[in-house]
Design a protein around this ligand. Sequence first.
Ligand code: HEC
Ligand code: HEC
Ligand code: HEC
Ligand code: HEC
Ligand code: HEC
Ligand code: HEC
Ligand code: HEC
Ligand code: HEC
Ligand code: HEC
Ligand code: HEC
Ligand code: HEC
Length: 360
Amino acid sequence: MKQNKMETTKKATTGNFIFNIMVFQNGILLTCLLLIQVTIFSQNTTSEKTCIDCHKRAVKKDILHGPAVDCTSCHKSNGKEHPLEDVEGFVFLEEGASLCFSCHEEEKPAIIGNKYVHKPVSKGECLECHEVHSSNDPKLIFAKSPDLCYFCHDKLEKSIKKSAVVHLPATEEGGCVGCHSPHSSPEKKMLVSNPKTLCLSCHNKTLTKGDRKITNIDKLLKKSKVVHPALKKSCNSCHDPHASENKYLLSIPYPLGNYAPGTEENYELCFGCHDTDLLLLEKTKYATEFRDGDRNLHYVHVNKEKGRTCANCHNVHGTNEKYLIPETVKFGSWNMPLKFKVLENGGSCKGCHEERKYTR
Ligand code: HEC
Ligand code: HEC
Ligand code: HEC
Ligand code: HEC
Ligand code: HEC
Ligand code: HEC
Ligand code: HEC
Ligand code: HEC
Ligand code: HEC
Ligand code: HEC
Ligand code: HEC
């Protein structure tokens, strides 16, 4: 990005002062000519010409940075004649971010005063993202996100662009800054709010993706007596907020139909937090409460080549019934009632079968 900008800067300068180009291209003779011309130029003009007369490029974009009406609010003469070839005529009133904060005092705490500060901001590199004189953007940024962010986060750009499933807010214009502050935040990863609140700020309504309706998760959680403790801190333990190879933006593959081989690898998403014993032990008195005596009913239902997936009996976000068991589950397109009952030291279900009970 720095390079891009340097190029523009160079173009701006050479564009204005054609003589310079000639010097660089044609050598010493022209240097002499140039020196004479610049001298005449400045002698004739410094007194009448304003900064903008000679530096039109600085202010040529649509939106002017407030103070650019008075160039000396940032550039202070160092006493030398201006312009003079290869002689700097100005110093900055302050250097780096201090220059910005000399006016943007009130915004300083929000920009740099939080616990988690964006690297380029902590290094005072405001001009990696902002234009200082004029811009086509009201926030004086070179480009809108995600392009602005991709200048430096090219790895993320590649991974988003090659992913099978992308999260719309990560790709739409201005999307990145809907979730991340470009400057700093009290939240990790510079999130604009607590990660769960952030997700629910949009998932508090039914959204659509193509023809598909996406469940209103906030409503589901509010009406659920049982919320999966995995959701307590954040949604990211299962979802990638940007993009993924897996359906529903799941961070690792997870079987969603009714059947899948009941292997440990297939359910890594769950076994990141839960013990695999609930799947692997045929007989147990401790590994799960879903057992008849010591007969592990998770093992019975799940652990086989055509095993039943967790989704047959659990809703991973929240339910009204205990143990994340919903009233109905999808069997193909049928909403199959489970009629789960909690019984003394066990439970029972009707669903794929007549009522069947288990007693620990
Ligand atoms: C808000 C502070 C500020 C104001 C106001 C300001 N400048 Fe600058 N100017 C800067 C900074 C900072 C740089 C250094 C830019 C860089 O390093 O990329 C700069 C660089 C320049 C340069 C050299 C590089 C370039 O971009 O061409 C020129 C010429 C210049 N300013 C002219 C002006 C003129 C003319 C005005 C009034 C229209 C003006 N500046 C107003 C802060 C300011
Ligand atoms: C007569 C035309 C002219 C006027 C008027 C003029 N400049 Fe310049 N300015 C130039 C030229 C030519 C250069 C490039 C000199 C070089 O290449 O070293 C330049 C370079 C600069 C630079 C970068 C180098 C340096 O000197 O620091 C800044 C900043 C700058 N001008 C600011 C201003 C400001 C602020 C004003 C008004 C107070 C102003 N200029 C008025 C022609 C002008
Ligand atoms: C001399 C005072 C001054 C300096 C120095 C200054 N600014 Fe500003 N800036 C202003 C003013 C005045 C405005 C217009 C405020 C408004 O319209 O509410 C403004 C507006 C902005 C805006 C748009 C604000 C918005 O809320 O939409 C941005 C972004 C900005 N400045 C960034 C910078 C950066 C980055 C620097 C340092 C390179 C800087 N400013 C240095 C005075 C300054
Ligand atoms: C990584 C890019 C990036 C860097 C670095 C950066 N900014 Fe910004 N800045 C932005 C973006 C993007 C916005 C617009 C935010 C929005 O639209 O919500 C913004 C907005 C602003 C605003 C307007 C007020 C606001 O919060 O909307 C000011 C003032 C500002 N920046 C100053 C600075 C200063 C000072 C620095 C350096 C200390 C800096 N910025 C560094 C990207 C950046
Ligand atoms: C000028 C380069 C640059 C630009 C532009 C930039 N970033 Fe960064 N960003 C960085 C660097 C450097 C890091 C630190 C990386 C590291 O430590 O591994 C970083 C880290 C981050 C982090 C992780 C912070 C953490 O605590 O781990 C997030 C989130 C982030 N950037 C978001 C953004 C967003 C959103 C944008 C666009 C508005 C953006 N960045 C634009 C350079 C940039
Ligand atoms: C829907 C909200 C959301 C959007 C939109 C979003 N992010 Fe993120 N981003 C997050 C969350 C949440 C995390 C933290 C993930 C974690 O902690 O595992 C994150 C993490 C990051 C990180 C740190 C990476 C890491 O592995 O630690 C970077 C860099 C980043 N985002 C950049 C971006 C950029 C660039 C965009 C725009 C293309 C963007 N984000 C859009 C929510 C979002
Ligand atoms: C700015 C609004 C917004 C925020 C914030 C947001 N989402 Fe989304 N999300 C959407 C929209 C819109 C869709 C549907 C369109 C799409 O993704 O293509 C969606 C879709 C989804 C999907 C379904 C994707 C699929 O293909 O099946 C999941 C899962 C999801 N979001 C999780 C999250 C998580 C986790 C967070 C917090 C890190 C989050 N969302 C934050 C707007 C948002
Ligand atoms: C324990 C893992 C896990 C956690 C934590 C999690 N999800 Fe999910 N999410 C899933 C799975 C698995 C699916 C696939 C569909 C299903 O089983 O409901 C899914 C699907 C979704 C969908 C798509 C629903 C649809 O109807 O297409 C959205 C939106 C979503 N989750 C948002 C969230 C939000 C917001 C959070 C945090 C409040 C969150 N998830 C936390 C595992 C999780
Ligand atoms: C981020 C960690 C985490 C992940 C990932 C996770 N869980 Fe959980 N889950 C918990 C915690 C913590 C509890 C409460 C303590 C316990 O029962 O182990 C829990 C409890 C449960 C319960 C019992 C709820 C109750 O009310 O008794 C079920 C059922 C469940 N998880 C299913 C799943 C399924 C299915 C998956 C995979 C899609 C999964 N979990 C992934 C953390 C997680
Ligand atoms: C046939 C229905 C069914 C299937 C399929 C199923 N569970 Fe369960 N699960 C239950 C029942 C019923 C309970 C509650 C047992 C009790 O406490 O009485 C339970 C409880 C749990 C618990 C709480 C701790 C425990 O074992 O008692 C976790 C965690 C859990 N299941 C995870 C999973 C995971 C992960 C999958 C998929 C690999 C899965 N379940 C598949 C019915 C099922
Ligand atoms: C997706 C279909 C399906 C669902 C849903 C289902 N079961 Fe079953 N269940 C079976 C099948 C099939 C068997 C017979 C064992 C086998 O062949 O795998 C079985 C067997 C049982 C048995 C007898 C195990 C034994 O000792 O042989 C009990 C008890 C049982 N289920 C309880 C439940 C409970 C409680 C639920 C609800 C939480 C439930 N089932 C949901 C398909 C299902």
